[in-house]
Write a protein that binds this ligand. Sequence first.
Ligand code: FAD
Ligand code: NAI
Length: 499
Amino acid sequence: RRWRQTFGRFTLFVILTATGAFLYVTQAASHPPDQLAADSTKPTLVVLGSGWGATSFLKNLDTEEYNVVVVSPRNYFLFTPLLPSVTVGTLEPRSIIQPTRFISRHKKRKVAVYEAEAQDVDPVKKTVTFQDLSDIRGEAGSVTIPYDYLVYAVGCENQTFGIKGVPEYACFLKELSDADKIRTKLLDCIETASFKDQPESEIDRLMHMVVVGGGPTGVEYAGELHDFLIDDLKKWYPEIADRLKITLIEALPNVLPAFSKQLIQYTESTFKENKIDVLTRTMVKDVKEKSVVVQDANKEIKEIPYGLLVWATGNTSRTITRNLMAKLPQAQTQRRGLLVDDYMSMLGADGVYALGDCTATQYAPTAQAASQQGIYLAQTFNKLGNKAKLEKELSQLRASPDAPTKAEQIEATLKKLNRVSKLSPFHYSHQGSLAYIGSEKAIADLPIFSGNLASGGGAAYLFWRSAYLSNLYSVRNRTLVAFDWIKVKIFGRDVSESK
Ligand code: FAD
Ligand code: NAI
């Protein structure tokens, strides 16, 4: 008995010590040291955006040699690959975001972070104008600041092809607020369909979830919706669960054109098994409040009633990007986005670097490309900062009265200067493509040696989960996402509305 008591006390001691150490470490990490103040002798580096490109840039940047200003309408980074999981409550919204200040506060020199929308870039005067567009307005209105360098990473907006009714009636899936809106609307449709004496035809319409666009966004959303139907709807709304119908509309002959043929077939057959209707060669022509008008493979026009419409037909440039291109008509000739050289420097604009979805490059508009570009550009800026420091050091050494005795030191500094002055062009390294397709299955196109490994199913799903868990930005995000997954496994998804 005494042995058991001693063991119990020892265990308690270990648990308390471990908890204390964990709390100490997390506290220390969340209370960063004092930062260097802004220095008017250093160049001003303005970063537009807080998405994949801007955040990986900021994370890898040594701020000592710059006065950095970050401007973005949202004050956080959003881990977009897991956004479809938020639409049905597999993950909670806050689990996949990270405040920009969690990054900026750990930098050597103070970084100014403004929650505001950049509205104009003047590449000749080298200024940026931005405005606080939040509901609570202060007295400061629109502000214009000069920059020495501008890192332009504002992403893009949803493509609608000018189809009538899309902005009014469809839900997009790009921002956190979009996922929240979809979740609310989905539950609203289900509750309204369950309303007393609801006519049969109206139940069918309300329970018809239509997804337009068979790219990875549309496919992943359809997969998540299917999981919600099987795992939760059948449990909480047994009387109408079987009425839920999911239709995916795609203009091309197949979904996921960027994936390998084998995985396209695997996705389409999994969707068939899961009773997700895939209408290929079908183009949405018009969107009404309760129905979409489509032209099918036989060029026939049909009207499809829907309860919830999710629009995922790709990207287009933001207004600020189009305006910037219009200011440089000689150099910026691509409608798709900003043209940059191999060093991410924007054509026709001095000191402007552009990356991610807002650019028109040979790379697909993915998080993978944007984050690699961000890392590359941070390394470039770190080199430029080092170069400025070394040049200063060199001129001081040369100007000192005992310069002749410092020949070796001067030589060593010159060598370092030579090294940091050499910039190599951006090189993209493709790590593969992954997508979740529902019912605990994923697809993975992975480059292996000089070939490609295409895999679909449960193993790919485990790989998808572990890859995204390890890619999340912080330990906090990883912990929250892992807990959300466990929570959903034990308790199911929460079907209460947040209105
Ligand atoms: P974004 O990440 O979109 O960031 C743009 C930033 O600019 C945002 O912070 C925005 O608030 C800010 N901004 C907007 N306007 C202004 C303005 N006027 N002034 C200042 N700031 C502004 N890619 C993958 O590789 N793998 C995936 O699994 C994957 N899954 C995805 C799932 C979904 C649902 C979506 C929508 C996309 C997914 N992508 C994925 C694509 C990926 O998210 C984008 O390619 C990536 O976000 C591009 O990064 P970015 O920095 O260029 O733009
Ligand atoms: P997308 O551009 O990849 O796909 C849009 C699809 O919509 C196209 O297949 C197009 O043919 C179709 N379409 C367009 N207009 C239509 C119409 N009127 N009617 C019917 N179909 C129509 O767009 P998505 O999926 O939003 O992806 C954007 C980018 O983000 C891509 O580069 C993608 O690779 C990346 N992404 C990657 C993910 C992943 O790797 N898991 C997940 C989500 C996005």
